[in-house]
Ligand binder design. Sequence first.
Ligand code: ZN
Length: 225
Amino acid sequence: MRRFLATILCLPFLLIPTRAAGGQKYVALTFDDGPSGRYTRQLLDGLQERGVKATFLLCGYRIAQYPDITQRIVEEGHEIGFHGYSHKSMQGMSRRDIAQELSDTQALLPAGCHPVFFRPPGGCCSDPVQQVAEVRGLAILNWSVDPRDWATQDTAAIERAVLRNIHDGDIVLLHDMTTSSVQAALDIVDALLEQEYEPVTVWELARLRGASIRAGRTYTKFPPA
Ligand SMILES: [Zn+2]
């Protein structure tokens, strides 16, 4: 049953436009570069305690190191997206090499898991990146709030940078690679819940906003209409 459920949750390709409940505020937290070992575990534990789902943009070489954590991300109802295999910049990379990065990553994902979103490392978007995404049925995912958590590694500064700039429908860029980021992420979730935001996956945010996700298009946020 768990495997069946995981398969369903990992196949969010069909968007059914719905109207969001009146006035409800949503936000999507996204985590790049993982899975890492204990940091991703801490984050998953904290999200589970709070009943919150997030989106994880995974690197293939890290999925190879932590297949059990990748499986847990899927089983607990979070969304998985691509972040390349090697985490090398795709600026200047050929279509063939970009496609190979995606294929090598897809091959390591749990059976039935087919991501909708692709975030190139560093957020680069060249013509080849856009073309490969379109051919493979992937949308490119950027973000609207970036606290530069990887650079500051300062929990309080990360929290301030997010909470001062957050708006309904924003997509927040974080990394589950350090204690400061994970602690900040969980504190941010608590503050957002207090402010009556509902944190959801990117796919769920798009669905709630009635957005049609198109292959090859770039998305940064899903504000209310
Ligand atoms: Zn990255």
